[in-house]
Design a protein around this ligand. Structure first.
Ligand SMILES: [Mg+2]
Ligand SMILES: [Zn+2]
Length: 183
């Protein structure tokens, strides 16, 4: 691998980077970073990772917010990350509701296709950090390495069928990133 080839890592958003509100983040004031998550992204950036987000946002389909409002939330997230010294390379989101049966709502893998096209690299064997079984399944379906965080829905996901082994379950994003950086 050459020095310049992208080193992608996929993160879920809600419950991983920001507090899951058990609803939707509709405006920037509702985007509350989980302790250590901004530092975790900075550490990834410093280590040469391309940080990309894959997030289900059915709030678009449900018309709770529109794409412009979602973009404003993501601009705010990127700004917070930037202020902490990190960088988010791309945010891929699924705007559909489950009943639309699209090919991008996790655990489907369309968002990962989008990320590969955007970065121009493969996500096979990349780490994928999430808090739900749908994240884990999406990762497995695509040949990524799933890591689970116990923030957000994570504690509940520990009892799910596809939960990663204990050594790949972490208290939060910062702990998961420390594992990634030592891998
Ligand atoms: Mg989540
Ligand atoms: Zn979709």
């Amino acid at each position: 691998m050459s020095e310049s080839s992208p080193k992608p890592i996929v993160l879920d958003r809600d419950g991983v980077i920001n507090e899951d509100l058990w609803g939707y983040v509709t405006k920037k004031e509702e985007f509350k970073p989980i302790e250590g998550s901004l530092l975790a992204i900075k550490k990834l950036t410093d280590s040469g990772f391309n940080v990309v987000i894959a997030t289900n946002q059915a709030c678009i389909s449900k018309k709770i917010i529109n794409e412009k409002q979602l973009q404003a939330v993501h601009d705010h997230m990127s700004l917070l990350v930037q202020e902490a010294g990190g960088k988010i390379d791309h945010v891929a989101f699924c705007p559909h509701a489950p009943e639309e049966k699209c090919s991008c709502r996790k655990p489907e893998t369309g968002l990962l296709n989008e990320i590969e096209e955007t970065l121009g690299c493969s996500l096979k064997n990349s780490f994928f950090i999430g808090d739900k079984e749908s994240d884990v399944l999406c990762a497995i379906n695509y040949g990524c390495i799933p890591l689970l965080v116990k923030t957000g829905y994570g504690e509940r996901s520990l009892s799910s069928k596809h939960c990663p082994p204990e050594e790949r379950c972490f208290n939060n994003l910062l702990d998961a990133v420390h594992y990634v950086l030592e891998a």
